[in-house]
Write a protein that binds this ligand. Sequence first.
Ligand SMILES: NC(=O)c1ccc[n+]([C@@H]2O[C@H](COP(=O)([O-])OP(=O)(O)OC[C@H]3O[C@@H](n4cnc5c(N)ncnc54)[C@H](OP(=O)(O)O)[C@@H]3O)[C@@H](O)[C@H]2O)c1
Length: 324
Amino acid sequence: MSVPATQRAVVVEEIGGPEVLQFKSDWAVPQPTEGQVLVKNEISGINYIDTYFRTGLYPSPKPEVLGREAAGTVVALGPKTEEFNLKVGDRVIWLANAGYAEYSAVPAAKTLKLPDTVSYEDATASFMSGLTVLALARETYTVQPGDWVLLHAAAGGAGFLMTQLLKHVGAKVIGTAGGPEKVELVKSLGADHVIDYRSEEGKDWVKTVMDITGGRGVDVVYDSVGKDTWEGSLAVVKRKGTIVWFGNSSGPIPPLPLNRLAPKCIRIARPTLFGYIATREEFEGYANELFSLLTSGALKVKIHGLYSLSNVKQAHIVSSFFHR
Ligand SMILES: NC(=O)c1ccc[n+]([C@@H]2O[C@H](COP(=O)([O-])OP(=O)(O)OC[C@H]3O[C@@H](n4cnc5c(N)ncnc54)[C@H](OP(=O)(O)O)[C@@H]3O)[C@@H](O)[C@H]2O)c1
């Protein structure tokens, strides 16, 4: 397969707002080194984590091509990739770095063949978020049928999939979302109660959650909002319950003295997806489960919008609007 020397890519040279995303049409196409494959990307995913690298919340060397996942076709194999059973022409999805580009050289270990039943669009719209919610619901805390679960940001990228997964497992779900449209969306996914945290009554969501659970509190809170919700999450978790903090959408939570956990004997986890998919076996296990949930229709995806590479800046602007 012929591969050009240069390509279109979106590059960040210094940290900042969406304006630092620079579209370039002469960025070098990388050569796959040992353990890497070169993928011609069809669609790259935009994730909230991209904004952390853009703004410097998560430090990373610059210049940098952002983008943690993409789906496309393998166009070249680097040395020592045989064990991953990939060949030129395979439809694949990958999880690595530098996805806002036409071509990415990515670890074969983090590249998987896509089943024919899963489109590039659905795969990219659900891969990172889908693997995350599976790991959070299976390993960080193992959700049981009948558990009361509070899920913040239930209409977001991760929340949309998590709501469906929790209902699939048989949990009782209380979701929070901002505004009537998002409330309706989360209800349509089967959530048992949805609180509009922006409404007057939703502002007192702690009381609402305690009322719904008869004063007992929830078995587990999944909180990716952070700064604005952490106190409330501590208040609504039951005695011996678990809080899973997995994001900072409203900003990081302040340092938390461990003795705050003592009165209710609660557990707190601060997981990242990458810690759960470090081995090929773990990565394939979660990915295959995700593909089968997508194929069976148990998980539906939501594509917020499709943007050309030259318009990534606009996608980040729109995405920051939705995060307000
Ligand atoms: N730990 C990991 O491995 C991992 C992996 C994937 C994602 N994440 C994290 O998960 C989070 C969600 O990611 P995503 O891609 O699903 O993002 P997303 O779709 O943009 O969801 C973010 C949502 O958070 C809600 N939100 C923001 N500020 C809020 C506030 N002050 N109070 C209440 N809700 C607020 C908003 O919900 P409304 O629109 O309803 O207002 C917003 O849409 C991010 O923090 C991301 O970093 C972590």
